[in-house]
Structures are given as C-alpha cells and as structure tokens.
Ligand binder design. Structure first.
Ligand SMILES: Cc1ncc(COP(=O)(O)O)c(C=O)c1O
Length: 457
C-alpha cells in the first residue's frame, strides 16, 4: 500500500523540505531563549536553540519562519505527525463537547473506547485491563504498584542504561545517567539493576551469535539467588528496545530467556513500551517483533500524537486491585483519549506500515555508514527507531560524545532536527508520516555532517 495515495493519512499534511531564512537562532528565537533563561527550570536539556511555533506533518517552523525537518518527533511522540488534521479534528470536536470529567469517579465513552482499542491492538491473544495516567513515568509507576500488589512481592529487577521516567518510583528504575539520580535518593527499596543486552558493547565481552545470554544468566544465577530472591521478586521491568540508553535492540534470545526466567519464577514481565510502542518500530509494539506477550506494559509518548496520556496495561486477571487503590484525576482525559483514538486509527490504516517501509529505506543506506565513515561504530534499530553510534576509533570503540553533539548541532544548522541517545549515539525517531524525499534529505544531511565532523577532527 502506498501511503501517499491514501488521503486519510496525509491529507493536508505538508511533505515539504527545510527552508532556512538566515543564521540560527533568529532574532525572535534569541529573545525567547533569553526570557526562558530567567524563569524556566535549568534542569531542562536543550541541545540546540529551536523555538518552535508550529508543526505540520514532519515539518516544524520556528518563531523566525525557519522550517525544519523533524527527525525527533518531540522525543518520539508525534506518531501521526505534528497536528495531523484527523487528530486536530478529534481534539477540537472533543474539546467542544467535554474537556474533563475524571474517569476515576465518573464514566465517559471515550475512555472506555480507548481501553477497548488498546485491548484490540495489544500484543498476544489475551484480555487486558487499562489504568490511565498522563505520562510515561506515571504508566511505569502504575506498573510498579500493580506488580507489587498482584504478587505480594516487593523486589524489582531493572536494567542498566534504562530510562523509565523521573517520578520517584520510575526514577528508582531509571539508570541512564548519574545526573538524573544524583541528589534525589534514597530511592524506593528493593530495586536492583542487571546489564542490558547491549551487544555492541557486551559487558561480558561476548559476540551476539555465540553468547549464552550471560546478562540473563546473571539475573537467574546471581540476583535471584542473592539480593533479589526469586520468591520476593515481583517484576522484571525492561524496555524491549532500550530508548534513551542508545536505541539498543537486544537479540531474540535475550527476550526469550528473560521471559523464561520470569515465567519459571512467578515474576511478572513488564515491558516499558513508552518509546518503542505505538507503531514506532514498524510493528504496533516492539513486543510483536520478539513474539513475547508481557504480563504488563506501559504506554505513553506516541499514543495520542502529542496530547498527554499514559496507560498501564495489564493482563485482566492481574488487574484486580479494589476501588481507590490506584487512579489519577486527569488520567485518560477525554481530549487525550479522542486524540489517541484518532492516532490508533491512522496507525492501523497505514502509518505502522509506513514506519516499517521508511525504516527499511533509511536502514538500507545507514547500514553502509560504518564502511564509509570511520567514526560510525554501529548502526541499529527497528522501523523508525534507528540509531547510529559515534566512536573515535572503530577498533577500540572509544565513545565520541563531542562528535555526536557536533553532528546534532550541524544538522540543526542545516534544517534537520535530531536528538542524541545514550552516551554517543544519535537517534532517528521521526513522525511515522515521513516520506522518501524527507528520508533522503535526512540521509544526505547526516552524511554531510559526518563528512564535516571527520574533516574537523
Ligand atoms: C522508555 C521510557 N519510559 C518512560 C519514559 C518517561 O516518559 P515521560 O517523560 O512521559 O514521563 C520515557 C521517556 O523518555 C521513556 O523513553
């Protein structure tokens, strides 16, 4: 199916390419950044001075009229693109009818319809129940609380390099960067971290083809027999594809072994699909690639194409907590639910397929990069969750964060928005509406940036 032929998907969505009016940031952007510096939390990480004013499809325009191609999608959020007409229409109609009622105390049909839709598209063939929140962190908090409640156990195994959010429970699992945790302890007790299957930098010095999945052996043979006894361990919480940690795709056997260990020990397998879900990987869920049905999964980011919404989705037989045990005033807000229903319709009617197709198209050329550019150590990803890791030397794999940051900055100056992930990786996470021309622009731009950074070294 060709995406461009179906008006439902793209309709009035613009498919044009970047246009810059002059040096960046322009005068209005500079003024906004100066005001921001006075009043906004300095904890925000702004990689470059983009002051967004409007967005359409995969294009973002700044306050000075510069137009950028957005390969960040607002950190992997705007699944159907910026302001997709169908999503905007759903939001406008819902906002004119009912903005809020609180699904915790009253009923409304949009929340029920979304829980039904999630049931329909969820991985595997099982019945699910859904608890709604407003963000990824909240979706993870819900999963944590449910895992403890449903098992009567308190310990949780998470992974090094993971990112699950910044509220205290989710932050106790997050282990991506010291700055995210420093000064905020103590964290919730009972959480231990295991190495992730980061095969490019295997913590056990193994090769993916021949390894014995030592990272899961560590859980089974060490953690569950020492500091996180199996009978006290409620859940293993894992990103099926690690996002903020560097867009790391583990091998099938990692997930197979993890599922086996969880199952054999009565431990719940919790997938954090906040970044990898909602079609980003070219299938609805990363879980679908690995043919694993988790016990619980967390969803947010792409679910409502930019409206705040999170969902903790659990096997129906697990979500038996009583009225009052868990809820959120705004969680599952009707406007966010309407945006999510419109997004899911678009995903099912072609955008997930487009993510698979455009992802393959990008990967075809990116796969050649390690041979063409000596500073590209690894290229990896699924669908439109793609990353390439910068190294100072392909043999030693010495990380090159400064080069990564420089590429990010150069790309911005050339009209392409990309973000880093991990210590030394650049991620490509465009809206799922991107076209071939836009992919070509991104590839040409990044290749130009790589060449420039090599010449500067
Ligand atoms: C895998 C994953 N889980 C949870 C979160 C937290 O989501 P939020 O920032 O909406 O709280 C993120 C955010 O990047 C994420 O990538």
């Amino acid at each position: 199916m060709s995406l461009t032929l179906d008006p439902i998907h793209l309709g009035a969505v613009r498919m044009d390419l970047p246009h810059l009016n002059g040096p960046l940031p322009g005068p209005r952007a500079r003024a906004a950044i100066a005001r921001d510096a006075q009043v906004v939390s300095p904890s925000y990480t702004r990689s470059y001075p983009l002051v967004a004013q409007k967005g359409e499809g995969a294009m973002v325009e700044d306050v000075d009229g510069n137009r950028f191609l957005d390969f960040s999608a607002g950190i992997a959020v705007v699944a159907a693109g910026h302001c997709h007409p169908k999503v905007v229409e759903a939001i406008q109609q819902q906002a004119a009818r009912l903005i809020h009622m609180s699904g915790t105390d009253f009923y409304y049909e949009e929340l029920i319809a979304l829980a039904e839709a999630l049931n329909r598209i969820a991985p595997g063939d099982t019945a699910w129940r859904v608890s709604f929140g407003n963000s990824g962190a909240e979706a993870v908090e819900g999963a944590l609380k449910l895992a403890r409640y449903a098992t009567g156990r308190d310990k949780i195994i998470a992974f090094l390099g993971s990112f699950h959010g910044r509220t205290m429970g989710a932050l106790s699992l997050t282990s991506r960067r010291a700055v995210q945790r420093a000064g905020f302890g103590p964290f919730i007790p009972g959480v231990v971290h295991a190495p992730y299957a980061y095969c490019y930098r295997c913590p056990y010095g193994q090769k993916p083809d021949t390894c014995a999945v030592e990272c899961v052996q560590h859980i089974e043979n060490t953690l569950l027999k020492t500091i996180s006894p199996a009978q006290e361990t409620a859940a293993i919480v894992v990103e099926p594809v690690q996002g903020e940690g560097g867009y790391i795709v583990p091998p099938q056997k990692f997930h197979d072994e993890l599922a086996r260990v969880a199952h054999e020990n009565g431990i719940l397998l919790v997938f954090d699909e906040v970044q990898s879900g909602m079609g980003r990987t070219g299938k609805m869920w990363a879980a679908d690639h690995f043919r694993i049905t988790p016990d619980v999964f967390a969803v947010a980011k792409g679910i409502a194409s930019g409206m705040p919404l999170g969902a903790t989705v659990a096997r129906a037989e697990l979500m038996t907590w009583p009225p009052g045990a868990h809820a959120s005033t705004f969680g599952g807000n009707p406007v966010s639910c309407a945006a999510a229903l419109a997004t899911i319709a678009l995903l099912e009617r072609g955008l997930v397929d487009n993510a698979a197709r455009m992802g393959a198209y990008l990967m075809d050329r990116m796969r050649e990069w390690p041979a063409r550019f000596p500073i590209v150590g690894d290229v990896r990803g699924l669908g439109l969750m793609l990353g390439f890791e910068l190294v100072r030397d392909q043999a030693t794999k010495e990380k090159a964060p400064a080069m990564r940051d420089r590429i990010e900055e150069l790309a911005f100056e050339r009209g392409l928005l990309v973000l880093g992930a991990g210590d030394s990786t650049l991620r490509l996470s465009p809206p799922l509406v991107i076209t071939r021309d836009q992919c070509d622009f991104a590839l040409d731009t990044l290749e130009g940036c790589l060449t420039k950074v090599i010449s500067e070294a």
